[in-house]
Structures are given as structure tokens and as C-alpha cells.
Design a protein around this ligand. Sequence first.
Ligand code: HEM
Length: 126
Amino acid sequence: TEQVTFYEAVGGEETFHRLVHRFYQGVAEDPDLRALYPEEDLGPAEERLRLFLIQYWGGPSTYSRRRGHPRLRMRHVPFVIGEAERDAWLRHMRVAVDELELPEQLEKMLWDYFTMAARSMVNAPS
Ligand code: HEM
């Protein structure tokens, strides 16, 4: 039987490109959230998140070849992430997910993952 990954089911690289690009458009227009991102150019951050998500959902593992083990909670320690930052991050991701217009079940899987992952990244009291 053929194994179809979530990555393939949602449309592969193109879908993740659209998702993460739209998300970072939101970040770019949100001064509070934008201030957390250390680099002037959001392009490299966009690429890192895209490659991570592609790998997480069963696509090519380019992320780990370039960056090593994700250890995402550790990588977020330098940034103060309280509930407000988590909510802002999720708000922009919600817009980006909506615009993909995925089948309901796939959309739910993606969104459940993001809410869980964003909660786990909180490292500061509000
Ligand atoms: C990196 C903020 C949640 C995945 C970053 C960076 C910031 C940030 C400021 C550094 C940008 C850069 O890569 O140069 C936040 C905030 C979050 C959040 C405020 C709110 C909860 C998440 C979640 C995920 C994620 C839920 C995954 C689903 C990543 C990845 C990187 C990153 C993959 C790049 C790591 C690396 O290879 O260096 N994030 N993040 N983040 N974030 Fe988040």
C-alpha cells in the first residue's frame, strides 16, 4: 500500500511555501511580534520555519541537515515568549492556515499541532 505523508497530502513544498510566507507577512506587519526577530531580513527565518515544517510533516529533511536536531524549545529561550506573544504568533498562523483552504481534517491536524507547539514554546510569565 502506498504511504502518503501529510506533506504530500496537503500539496508538498508549494503549500508550505505559501503557508510560511503568509505567516511572515503577518509578522512583518505586527510591531510587537516583529521586535522579537533579531534579523533585519525575515527571509532566513522564513526559510528555517518552512524547512522545519516540511521535515516535521514527512517531507525532505533539509532542515536537520542544515541546522541539526530541532530542539525548538531550547532555540526559543533567547526570546521572551509569554501568552501575548504566543497568541500573536497563533493569530498570524491562523490567517495563513485559513488561506490554504485545506480539507477540514487536514486543516484540523495542522492547527492542533500549531496550538500545541506554540503552547510548549512559552517561556515567560505574562
Ligand atoms: C525561530 C519566535 C513559536 C518554529 C524563531 C525566532 C523567533 C521565534 C524570534 C528566531 C528567528 C530566526 O529563525 O532567526 C517565536 C514565537 C513563537 C514561536 C514568538 C510563539 C509561540 C514557534 C512554533 C514553531 C516555531 C510553534 C514550530 C511549529 C521555529 C523554528 C525556528 C524559529 C523552526 C528556527 C530555528 C532555527 O533553526 O534556528 N521563533 N516562535 N516557533 N521558530 Fe519560533
